[in-house]
Design a binder for this molecule. Structure first.
Ligand SMILES: Nc1ncnc2c1ncn2[C@@H]1O[C@H](COP(=O)(O)OP(=O)(O)OP(=O)(O)O)[C@@H](O)[C@H]1O
Length: 259
């Protein structure tokens, strides 16, 4: 188990583990956003610009080891994109994202799992990719399966699991990795109430052990339960970075009463 540097100390004194500096990412709004055939024959000044936009731009954030950060904003304002930058599955088109330490990402329902592989194969593959040895995987295998409540589905192809079962497997595996940074997007909302509560207790334990958390949610109660600091994204910009209560209050003021 990697010893977390902030365990036992306050985040304010802990080292920075994530530094996002002037980061921006550019997407194309539609697949046919590239220049058209007709444009090839038009003069340079008449060529249409590709249909590009910046879901995030000019974002600056420093996160210290052990901080629990809630990310809020309306649909489509760049929350998941920010997590993907931290996870390293997307690279910024502008600025920098520096992450010191491994990341356990629960950012998409698929958890990066492979459709045609079984539950057992996916578990082994993901844990192995995050640096677990064969012996460590074997030692934790039953516990991971039990937590996911998938004992009867060990040799079932991942693609045949229900959405809720996929989330259970993903959370169970990802939360058992030794990585010091945990990213949780809204995927947990898919799980049933009992399982979600079990996940939340696991997140409590991980935070008590000094992990750093990025948590995207539209649920104010969950955000207050885990997070001390909030990031409020709107129109691709970080409009507020502060204590979670202040961030939720600002978001409520701008956009109604729930996160
Ligand atoms: N790969 C992509 N290519 C093009 N556009 C994308 C891509 N991924 C996301 N987008 C767009 O980027 C914007 C930000 O998306 P993002 O998923 O980060 O929003 P979000 O704040 O997490 O929203 P939600 O609350 O609905 O989950 C949206 O307009 C979305 O359509």
């Amino acid at each position: 188990m990697a010893q977390h540097p902030s365990a036992g100390s306050s985040p304010a004194e802990a080292p920075a583990v994530i530094t996002v500096t002037g980061a921006g990412i550019r997407f194309r709004r539609n697949r046919r956003g590239r220049r058209s055939f007709k444009d090839l024959f038009a003069g340079a000044s008449r060529r249409s610009r590709p249909d590009e936009f910046w879901p995030l731009r000019g974002v600056d954030v420093t996160v210290r080891a052990g901080e629990a950060i809630g990310v809020v904003g309306r649909n489509g304002q760049g929350k998941s994109t920010l997590l993907k930058l931290v996870a390293g599955v997307m690279l910024p088109d502008e600025g920098r994202v520096d992450v010191h330490g491994g990341v356990a990402p629960l950012i998409e329902i698929t958890g990066g799992f492979v459709d045609d592989l079984t539950v057992r194969e996916n578990l082994t593959l993901t844990a192995g990719l995050h640096g677990m040895t064969r012996a460590e995987i074997d030692a934790r295998f039953d516990e991971i399966i039990d937590f996911a409540e998938l004992a009867d589905f060990i040799d079932t192809p991942y693609k045949h699991l229900s959405s809720g079962m996929k989330v259970r497997l993903a959370f169970s595996v990802i939360s058992r990795l030794e990585e010091p940074i945990l990213l949780v997007d809204e995927v947990l909302a898919v799980g049933d109430k009992g399982f979600r509560e079990k996940c939340y207790r696991r997140i409590d334990e991980l935070l008590a052990g000094g992990r750093t958390l990025f948590f995207v949610s539209h649920n104010e109660r969950d955000l207050k339960r885990f997070c001390t600091r909030g990031l409020y994204l709107d129109r691709g910009a970080l409009v507020l970075d502060g204590p979670i209560d202040d961030v939720l209050a600002a978001y409520d003021r701008d956009h109604g009463s729930s996160a």
